[in-house]
Design a protein around this ligand. Sequence first.
Ligand code: ZN
Length: 884
Amino acid sequence: MAVIRQEKRRLDYKKPDFTITDIDLTFELDLTATIVTAVSRVKRLTEDRKIPLVLNGDSLKLLDVKLDGAECAFRETENTLELDSVPDEFTLTVKTCINPKDNSELMGLYVSDGKFCTQNEPEGFRRITFFTDHPDVLARYTTHIIAPDGAYPFMLSNGNLIKDEVKDGKRVVTWEDPFPKPSYLFALVAGDFDELHRDFVTCGGRHVDVYLYVDKGQASCGTVAIDSILRAMEWDEKRFGLEYDLNRFNVVAVDFFNAGAMENKSLNIFNSKYVLVDAESATDTDFENVLSVIGHEYFHNWTGDRVTCRDWFQLSLKEGLTVFRDQEFSSDLCCRPIERIKAVNIIKGPQFTEDAGPMAHPIRPDYVMEMNNFYSVTVYDKGAEVIRMIHTILGEELFQKGMKLYFKRHDGCAVTCEDFVSAMEDASGIDLKQFRNWYSQAGTPCVSGSLRYDAEKKQAVYTFNQSTPATPGQSVKQPFVIPLSMALYGSDGRKILLKRNGEPVSEVQILTEEHNVVVFDDVPERPVTALLQNFSAPVKVEYPYAQGELETLLKCADDPVTRYESMQNIINSYIVLNTVNAQRRLPFTHSELVVQSFRYILEESGLDNRFMAYILRIPPVNTLMGLFTAIDLDAIIASRKELVRVLSVELADIWEKLYQKLLAEFRQRLAEGRGYECTEEQIGSRDLIRVALNFHVRGLVLKGEEAKASAIVSGHYRISDNMTDTLIALNAATAHNLESRHEILKDFESRWRDNALVFDNYFRAVASAPYPDTLDNVRKLMEHECFDLTNPNRVRALLGTFSQLNPECFNDISGRGYEFLTEILIKLNGTNPHVAAAIMTPMLNLNRLDIKRKGMITDCFNRIMRIPGLSDSIFEKIDKAFKQ
Ligand SMILES: [Zn+2]
C-alpha cells in the first residue's frame, strides 16, 4: 500500500468549524488498558450545517460514542472520528481504551518507570481521546482520575484540586482548571513521589502552594529546582509585571521524556535531567540549566498558556518569546555577558548550520509535514534573537508597553506571530512592516561592510551590503531590517563618541536596504570599528579588518561580546587559511597573531576566570564547518588540530603554570573545608582549569610525556569533590586517549552506575573521544545494563553524542559511522521516531560534504526510505535532503 504523505501549509489555515467549550475527562487508570471517558460540550461555529464534526485520533481503541446521551451514527477512519448532521450545540461522550505501557513514542499518556505521565504538545492529546486536537480550540477541563486506593499516592492534573475521595476501594481525585486551554496543555500524572513544598505570595497577595515531585529518595536533589520556581515567579513580577494566577503550581520530574520540559497549565512535567541536582552529582552546567529551564516553563504560563498559538506554524510566538524571557532571567540573576555568549554560540553553531541545510525554515515555517521536526533551533533560538532585535529597536520601556498591549488584547486567546508584532508596533508607534521579513524568510543574512575615512572632513563613511543565500523554496530574499550596534575606537583604544550633523547618535544603526551608507562626523582619525556589538542581529558579518584592528578590539572594546567575537575572528581566519593549505597539501601557516592573542588574554588581560575560559574557546568542528560552503571535513579537522598543537606547544609553560595555580587554589579550598558551591567565582575557576588542563595535557602528549599527562589527569580525578572536576578529568582522559582512562572509567562506573543521569556522562565521554576504537566502544556500551534504547536521555547521551559531537569518528571515511547510525534509526523508527529524527541531523549536511561521503549517506538514506512504516519525522528530513 502506498503511503500518502502530505505537507500542511500555513496559508491553508481555516477557522475551526466546531469548538469545545468544556470537557469532563475520566481516566480509569490501568497500565495496559486505561479507559478514558471524555464528555465534551460541542458548539458549531460554521453556518454550514452539512459540515461534519471531525475529531482527531491516533492509536485509540474506540469503545463507545453517544450524542446527548443517545446512540448516534459515526464514521471511524484511521485518524478521525466523524459525525454527520449534528445539532448546533450538544454533549458528546466518547469512550476509548489506550495502552500507556506500550506507548514507546512517549506522546499522549505513557508510563515512565511505573508512573503515569503525559506529553501532549504538539499532537499527543489525540492519542488519549478523539478530540479537536488543535491549539485554537480552548476548553475548560475537569479531570477525574480513578485508581485502586493506594496504587498511586499522587494523582495530579491541571488547575485546582476539587475532590479526593475513596469509594468502593477506589480513589477518585478531581481537578478543575478554570482557564480555558488548548488540548496540548492538558496533563495528568499518577505515581509515588517525594514531595517538596514552598509557599509563595504574589505581588497581588495571592497565596500559592508550590509543589515539586521527584523520584522516591531524591528529595534532596530537588531543592534547587523548587527554589528556582520562586525566583522565577518573583522575577516575572518585577521585570514583566506578570503575576501567577492559580493557588497551586506543580512541577513533576520523570525519567522518560522526549524533550526538556513541558509547560502544561499549573502542572509542568520535566525531564528529570532539568530538575535533579545536588553538589555531589551535578555539574555547574546542570545547575545553570535547572534555573533556566524551570524559568522557561514557568514563564510560559503567560507567554504560551494565557496567550497561546492559533496553529503550530506560530510556534515561535510562544517559544521565541519565552526563550528570550528565560535568557533575560538568567542574565539578570547570573552573569549577563556569559549568558549572551552561550546564546550566540547556539546561533553561530547549530542554527547557522540549520539555515545552510535542507531543513532551513523561517522562524514561522510555511510548510510542515511532521510538526515535531520544527521544535528547532531556528524556531526557538533564532526566534528569541528576533524578539531581542525588537527589544533593541524599541528599548525596554516601549517593549514592556508592547507586552502589556499584547496581553490586554489577546489574554485567553489563540493568536499569531502577526498579532504579537502588531501589538509591539501599536504600543511603540514604530513601524515594523519590513521587520516582519524575519518571520517569513529563512536563511542567514550576510552583511559585508567597508569603511572610507575622509581625513579632511573627519568623516567615517561605511557601506554595508546585505545579502541572504537562497534556501529551499525561497530563492529570492527581500532585505531585512538589521539593527547593527556599532562602536568606533581610536588607535589608542579610546571610544569615539558617535555624532552626525553635530548631534550625538545611537550606537544602533538600522540597516533596511540592500546597500546602506552610514556616516559619522567628527571622527578624528581612521577608526577601529566594532560591528554587531552584543551580537545585535543573527547575521554573519564580513569586514576587512586591517592589521592590528582585531587586537585593538580584543584589548579595548567595552562590550564583552565584541571582545569574544574578535578572538573568534582571529581564530576563524587561521582555520580558513590552514584549511585551504591542507586541501592543497601545503604546509600549515604559522599565525603569530593567534598565539600572541592567547598570550595576551592569559598574561595581561586581567579578565576574570570565567570570561577568560570562554574567550579562549576554540570553536568546535561543527561550528567551523559554517565558515565554508563546501565542507572539506578532513582539512577542517586537520587545521583545527594544528591550531591546538601550536597553542599547546608554544604556550606550554603558561598552561602548566596556570593549571598549577588553579589546582593550588582548589587544594586550598579543600584544605579549608570549603565545599562545592555553584557561584560565579567557583564556576569560573573550574571553567578555566578545564581549558588549562586540556592544553597542558595535549602539550605533554605531543612531547611524548604521556605517562606524566596520564598521572596529572588521574590526580585531578582523585582530588575532585564535585561532578564538574570529576568530568574534567574523565573527559580529558578519554579525549586524549590516556592510559589512565581505563582506571578512571572503571571507578566512575562502579560509583555511578546506579544513577542513570550521572552515568550518562560516562556514555558522553566515551562517545565523544576522537579515536578509531570509539565506534566499537559505543557498540559495546549499547549492551551495558545502564543503556536503554527506549529512554531518550540514554539515546541522546550515547548515540546523539556520537553523531552530533564527534564529527571525526561519525564521518569516518570508511562509512562505518553512517552505517551504524542507519541501523539505529531503523530501530528507533519503530519505537520513537521523534528521537531518531533529532539525532540524524548531522547526516543532513550531505550536499555540502565531499562526493564519497555524500554517496555513502545517500546509500544509507535510500535504505531507510525503503523500510516499511517509515515515520513522517524521518521521511520529511531525508526527502528534503534529497531535494536540496
Ligand atoms: Zn518552551
